[in-house]
Design a protein around this ligand. Structure first.
Ligand SMILES: Cc1cc2nc3c(=O)[nH]c(=O)nc-3n(C[C@H](O)[C@H](O)[C@H](O)COP(=O)(O)OP(=O)(O)OC[C@H]3O[C@@H](n4cnc5c(N)ncnc54)[C@H](O)[C@@H]3O)c2cc1C
Ligand code: FES
Length: 288
C-alpha cells in the first residue's frame, strides 16, 4: 500500500499528491511515469512523476480531475493509501548539454515539464520556459519553473496573467527578438503540442513532445497506446512517452483519445450522481 503523505489543491480540479513509494523514488528518471490504481477494483491510470524525494522515499504526482477515477482520487485524504503504484515506466528523457533549451508547457503539461526543465538546467543548459494556461487560476508550478529556468514567459488565453495569447505567440516573440534555440521540449494538450511542433519545424528547432494516449497495461502488451511517429507504429508506454514532435501524427492521437468518450461520461455521471462529487467545471474548451 502507498500512503498519501501530502496533498494540496493547487488549482481548480488540480491536486498535488506526495505518495510513499521508495522503490519508484530510487529508480525514477525525468520523463518517466507510473501507472496507479486507487482501489482494488479501480482502473489503471498513467501519471507522470513530477518530482521525487529519494531520502524520504516519496514521489510527487500532479493530477487534474477529468473523469471518474481522478475525481475519486481528489476526494482522498492525507493518511489514505492506494494499493498500486507501478513504475517507473517509459523511456527517460535524453538529458544533454545542447545550449539553449526552450521548455513549453500548457495546462497540466507543466507538471511533466518541470522535472525535464530541472534536469536540462542542472546539466548546464540555458533554459527559457513558456508556460500557458487558459486563465491565471489554472497556471501551476510557476515558482518551481522559475527556480529551474533562466527566464519564464507566461501566456493566458484570457490575458489574466502574462501575455494574452497562446504559447506559440510567445515563441514567435522570442525568435523575433533574436533568441536562438538548440532544442524545444513541449508538453501539454495534444493540440498545443501539434501547433508548437508545426511552428518549430518551420523555425528548424528540434522538438521533443510527451504523448498522452490511452494506456492500459503500460508494458507494450495491449497496443492501447499506439501512436504513429514518422509513419511507424510506436507504443508510447515502452517506446515513449517522448517522441520527435516533427514526426508525430497528432490528428490520429487526438482522434484515438476520444474513442471511449461516451463510456467515460457515463461512468463520471454515474459516480457524480451516486456521491454528489462533481468536477469544478474548468474543462470546457482546451488548455492552451
Ligand atoms: C504517459 C502519461 C502521463 C500522464 N501524466 C499525467 C499527469 O501527470 N497528470 C494528469 O493529470 N494526467 C496525466 N495523464 C492523463 C491521465 O492518465 C488521465 O487524465 C486519466 O487516466 C483520466 O482518468 P479518469 O478515469 O479520471 O478519466 P476518464 O473519464 O476515464 O477519461 C477522461 C480523459 O482522460 C484520458 N484517459 C482516460 N483513461 C486514460 C488512460 N488509461 N490513459 C491515458 N489517458 C486516459 C482520455 O483523454 C479521456 O478522454 C497522463 C497520461 C499519460 C498517457
Ligand atoms: S499501454 Fe498497452 S501497449 Fe502501451
Amino acid at each position: 500500500m502507498h500512503e498519501i503523505l501530502f496533498k494540496e489543491e493547487i488549482g481548480p480540479d488540480i491536486h498535488m499528491y506526495r505518495f510513499h513509494a521508495p522503490d519508484v523514488a530510487r529508480y525514477r528518471k525525468p520523463g518517466q511515469f507510473v501507472i496507479i490504481r486507487i482501489s482494488d477494483e479501480g482502473e489503471r491510470i498513467p501519471i507522470t512523476i513530477a518530482d521525487v524525494n529519494s531520502d524520504k522515499g516519496s514521489i510527487t504526482l500532479i493530477v487534474q480531475s477529468v473523469g471518474k477515477t481522478t475525481l475519486q482520487m481528489a476526494g482522498m485524504k492525507i493518511g489514505d493509501s492506494i494499493p498500486d503504484i507501478t513504475g517507473p515506466l517509459g523511456v527517460p528523457t535524453h538529458i544533454e548539454k545542447v545550449g539553449n533549451v526552450l521548455c513549453v508547457g500548457g495546462g497540466i503539461g507543466i507538471a511533466p515539464l518541470y522535472p525535464v526543465a530541472k534536469a536540462m538546467k542542472d546539466i548546464g543548459n540555458r533554459v527559457i520556459s513558456i508556460l500557458g494556461a487558459r486563465s491565471s487560476n489554472l497556471l501551476i508550478l510557476e515558482k518551481e519553473m522559475n527556480d529551474v529556468s533562466n527566464e519564464v514567459l507566461i501566456t493566458t488565453d484570457d490575458g489574466t496573467k502574462g501575455r494574452k495569447g497562446l504559447v506559440t505567440d510567445a515563441i514567435k516573440e522570442l525568435v523575433d527578438q533574436g533568441e536562438e534555440f538548440d532544442l524545444c521540449v513541449a508538453m501539454g494538450p495534444p493540440i498545443m503540442m501539434k501547433f508548437v511542433s508545426l511552428l518549430t519545424k518551420e523555425l528548424d528547432i528540434p522538438t521533443i513532445v510527451s504523448l498522452n494516449p490511452i494506456m492500459i497495461d503500460g508494458t507494450g502488451m495491449c497496443g492501447g497506446c499506439r501512436v504513429t511517429v514518422g509513419g511507424e507504429t510506436k507504443f508510447a508506454c515502452v517506446d515513449g512517452p517522448e517522441f520527435d514532435g516533427h514526426q508525430v501524427d497528432f490528428d490520429e492521437l487526438m482522434k484515438r483519445l476520444t474513442m471511449y468518450e461516451p463510456h467515460e461520461k457515463q461512468s463520471l455521471d454515474h459516480y457524480s450522481s451516486k456521491t454528489g462529487c462533481r468536477l469544478a467545471g474548468t474543462l470546457e474548451g482546451d488548455q492552451e
